[in-house]
Design a binder for this molecule. Structure first.
Ligand code: KG4
Ligand code: ZN
Length: 351
């Protein structure tokens, strides 16, 4: 079985071909970082126009790299949400057009399900498993029970973890995107110099919060009494990264307990999304998993950040269960994996 997957929900225009032997035949990702850098963050309209300009060429490249034609495909999958709607529409319409022209089924993929199922592409793990999804747009803990079957244990009540990295980097003048810049700066820093809070520490449940941490970093800079020098920046970066790592570990620890109660045979913790590329955070979560008898799986950075292979794979998992979607399937700016999940405490919930 051969599936083309198209991803355009954020700031990567991506397409890939995968097969049911878990082989990635091609995986082409065009980052828009340079388009957004002057604005210090992602501008939805800029993203949509860039997807429109590049989608055709990226899809052609993915087909060429895989050495296949549209007639060889079994289905065409595309992200149909959640995400920036202008971009989602570009990828979804491209996929539908190919599906019509090649007379192939169309599979609508939830971007979050793409992240959630990647560990089955890379490591062939069985359900159920616990997933910590930490990206620029999402911070969630989910039990993955099957294709289309997720129980959300927690989500962020304000910012996503990656968003906190990006905003803190901006505050420190490190530029965009913030995650990799903070990680690099933190290497030379003293994580103990600034006592930053560990948000939600000791509280029951698995919801996250990062906006208070961001405010604490701002206060920290203000109390220096001078513009931060290189040493200040590296120390703040290290202190911030340690606080995020502790917070993620604390909430994931609660989630492991809940997930193991619900599924005594639970064997895996999967960490996915752009923030999973952070070595210090990955190490902290790996150590937590081991202490609790779980194997920790962190897909390679190229498969943690947004890509087409994860969408092609999620499409394949759905299609081999007999699932496909009508061509009038509507793009969805919001699309929770667990529609029955209780809203997170407080306001500003990100689904
Ligand atoms: O999954 P992703 O590529 O896009 C979505 O948000 O869906 O994640 C991007 C986020 C950004 O906020 C970026 O700063 C963060 O992941 N990130 C990192 C690292 N690399 C990327 N955060 C911490 N450490 C990193 N090494
Ligand atoms: Zn993503």
């Amino acid at each position: 079985m051969l599936i083309l997957g198209i991803e355009t929900s954020c700031d990567e225009t991506a397409a890939a071909v995968v097969d049911d032997q878990r082989r990635i035949l091609s995986n082409v990702v065009l980052s828009q970082i340079e388009d957004h850098r002057p604005f210090g963050g992602i501008v939805p309209e800029v993203a949509a126009r860039a997807h429109l300009a590049n989608a055709d060429a990226i899809i052609s490249r993915a087909m060429q790299d895989a050495g296949v034609g549209f007639a060889d495909l079994d289905a065409i999958a595309a992200t149909t949400g959640p995400g920036l709607i202008g971009g989602v529409l570009v990828g979804a319409m491209s996929a539908k057009a190919i599906a019509i022209a090649a007379k192939k089924p169309f599979v609508a993929v939830n971007h979050l399900e793409g992240h959630a199922l990647t560990a089955r592409l890379t490591d062939d793990i069985p359900f159920p498993y616990l997933l910590l999804l930490v990206s620029g747009g999402h911070c969630q803990l989910l039990i993955c029970e099957g294709v289309g079957r997720y129980t959300r244990l927690g989500t962020t009540i304000d910012d996503a973890a990656g968003e906190a990295f990006d905003k803190t980097a901006k505050l420190l003048g490190l530029g965009y995107p913030g995650g990799p810049k903070i990680e690099r700066a933190a290497l030379d820093g003293d994580a103990k110099r600034f006592a930053l809070p560990r948000p939600m520490s000791g509280k029951p449940g698995c919801d996250f919060s990062f906006s208070g941490l961001k405010t604490s970093v701002r206060r920290c800079v203000e109390t220096l009494g001078h513009p931060p020098n290189d040493q200040d920046v590296t120390d703040i970066a290290a202190s911030f990264q340690a606080a995020v790592a502790d917070s993620l570990v604390g909430r994931t620890k609660n989630a492991i307990r809940t997930a193991q109660d619900a599924h005594p045979g639970l064997a895996h913790l999967v960490v996915a999304g752009g923030v999973a590329a952070n070595t210090a955070i990955g190490d902290a979560l790996r150590s937590l998993a081991e202490k609790n008898g779980l194997r920790c799986i962190v897909p390679s950075p190229a498969l943690c950040t947004d890509n087409g292979a994860m969408i092609a794979w999620a499409g394949l998992e759905r299609f081999r269960l007999g699932l496909s979607d009508p061509l009038d399937f509507k793009a969805r700016p919001r699309w929770p994996l667990d529609p029955d999940a209780p809203a997170a405490a407080f306001a500003g919930v990100k689904a």
